[in-house]
Design a protein around this ligand. Sequence first.
Ligand SMILES: *Cc1c(COP(=O)(O)O)cnc(C)c1O
Length: 377
Amino acid sequence: MSDYHFDTLTIHAGQEPDPTTGAIMPPIYQTSTYVQPAPAEHKGYEYSRTDNPTRTALQDCFAALEGAKYGLAFASGMATTDTILRLLKPGDHVVVGNDVYGGTYRLFERVYARYGLHFSWVDLTDLDAVKAAFTPQTRLLWLETPTNPYLALADIEALAQLAPDGVIVAVDNTFASPALQQPLKLGAHIVMHSATKYLGGHSDVVGGILATNDAELYEQLKFLQNAVGAVPAPLDCFLVLRGIKTLSVRMERHCENAMKIARFLEDHPAVKRVYYPGLESHPQHELAKRQMRAFGGMVSIILENEAVAKLMVTRTKLFSLAESLGGVESLIEHPYSMTHASTADSDIAVNPALVRLSVGIEHVEDLMADLQQALTD
Ligand SMILES: *Cc1c(COP(=O)(O)O)cnc(C)c1O
């Protein structure tokens, strides 16, 4: 199966037509338990927290997309991150990028810091700063690339090489999706996603997923998946699996639309700055070309000030004002007061004049017209 191209894997990996009925889609195994012929004898499934066939199909499909041997699905992106953090113990130290999803910051500093984990927040574009942040207690390097909301890139290959032996390198690949970048091939040990975003792709499910090639890490994470129990429902697994089937074609259109919109906004007098890895003006455009197959569907802009930013996000008609991203429909939001409110008083607070766009797959001319009217007095 792994010999097939990515586009073929999105549709077929982990899935066989049902041998008894011929059903082409994996059934939604809406069951909590499985009948056993004798005590402790079963057909691979005994209880649905531990394993469920619809979840297995999703995990195997996703693992193939990341070029991984093992996949594990969770109830949300945060539940996935939480499970990875549980590999650590009190006293351990984590090096993490200083531009991350607000919920990641909240989980690390407001939950895990209470359990004795220590975090150093560093600029991942500064390799010397990252190197200097490692201590003998460092057990995890946490990367997010491109970042949310500044769309800065971390050089996964360089950072994975820099990490001392014994440090787990984990990458939050939510913004790129495996269609654009496969971190395990660049030296990461674990790749994770909020499946709520591009993998699901239709804003109808919350989920999370990770993949690894390391058998030992997999055993520990699989143990935690069952022991902690933040597992996804069978229907949610089905929805993500269904979303993944169109990942390649969706990402193509997301990227194409976002590129045109980024150029349009770069030329717009009301826009002070555009952050998009596909623009020549992006400080890491060369890295983006090397590391990513295309540049993604997320665009961030800086407007005149906070009031102008807050006004713009209420004036768009096609771009809906909402948190989240990665769905077929275009969304717009104000990170400072919405997705990143949990960082507002911290060192990693975002610019209040920043507006974040999740560019959908509608016709690009309709999207540009909507932005134009929202930016016009
Ligand atoms: C949304 C998001 C998460 C959290 O995922 P949930 O599914 O909302 O729990 C983590 N990382 C990034 C980059 C995200 O955008």
